[in-house]
Design a binder for this molecule. Structure first.
Ligand code: 5GP
Length: 192
C-alpha cells in the first residue's frame, strides 16, 4: 500500500477516556479526517448503527474475514473480537485522507509494524478516578463489564510509551487543539 497521499493515525485510549468524543470534535475541524470502521463480534449498544460505528458480525463472519485476508489486524478485547478491514484503510489513504484507526493496544502494535511511518497517539485520562466516573456515568455497560474495562485500562496504560504522542484528555478543547497541531506537524513533515 502506498501512502504518498494520505496518512494512517493509530489512536488508542483506555475505555472511558473519551476517544470517540475527541474524534468527533476533530472531524468538525478537519474534513480530511476519516475513521476506519472496524468489524466486531460485540453486540451493538442501543445508539450504535451497523456500518457506521462498527460492522457488527458473527464469529463465523469474523473468521471468514481473517481467512480471506480481509483484516489488517485484529484482537480480542473483553471476550469479543475487533478487527480493521483492509479495504477501508486502503481506500482512505489512496484518497489522501487522514485515516484514524481507533483501536486497542495489541492491534495498535501490529499496525505500527505494518506502517512504521504511521502517527501513533495515546489518549490519557486525567487520572484513574476520572476514568471510573466517566465509565459509570455513561450507563451503556453493566457494572461487571465496567469493572473488566477498568482492569484492562490499567494494563493498557502500560503501553503508552510505545506511542509517539501522549495527549491528556482533561479539557476537551485543549486536547483537540493538541491533536490538530500534531496532525499539522506530521503533514508538514511528510510534504517537506
Ligand atoms: P468498544 O467495545 O468500547 O467499542 O471497544 C473496545 C476496544 O476495542 C476499544 O479500545 C476500541 O478502540 C477497540 N477496537 C475497536 N475497533 C478495533 C479494531 O478494529 N481493532 C482493535 N485491535 N481494537 C479495536
Amino acid at each position: 500500500m502506498s501512502h504518498n497521499k494520505g496518512m494512517v493515525v493509530v489512536f488508542s485510549a483506555p475505555s472511558g477516556c473519551g476517544k470517540d468524543t475527541v474524534f468527533r470534535e476533530l472531524c468538525k475541524r478537519r474534513d480530511d479526517v476519516i475513521k476506519s470502521v472496524s468489524a466486531t463480534t460485540r453486540k451493538p449498544r442501543a445508539d450504535e448503527i451497523d456500518g457506521m460505528n462498527y460492522f457488527f458480525v458473527t464469529e463465523d463472519e469474523f473468521t471468514d474475514m481473517i481467512d480471506n485476508n480481509g483484516l489488517l489486524e485484529y484482537a480480542e478485547y473483553n471476550g469479543c473480537y475487533y478487527g480493521t478491514p483492509v479495504k477501508g484503510v486502503t481506500r482512505a489513504v489512496d484518497e489522501g485522507k487522514i485515516c484514524f484507526l481507533i483501536i486497542e493496544v495489541q492491534g495498535a502494535q501490529k499496525v505500527m509494524k505494518i506502517f512504521p511511518d504511521c502517527v501513533s497517539i495515546f489518549l490519557l485520562p486525567p487520572d484513574l478516578n476520572t476514568l471510573k466516573k466517566r465509565l459509570y456515568g455513561r450507563q451503556t455497560d453493566t457494572d461487571d463489564v465496567i469493572k473488566k474495562r477498568l482492569d484492562i485500562a490499567q494494563t493498557e496504560l502500560e503501553y503508552m510509551d510505545k506511542y509517539t504522542y501522549k495527549v491528556v484528555n482533561d479539557d476537551l478543547g485543549v486536547c483537540v487543539d493538541t491533536i490538530e497541531q500534531i496532525l499539522c506537524d506530521e503533514l508538514q513533515k511528510r510534504n517537506a
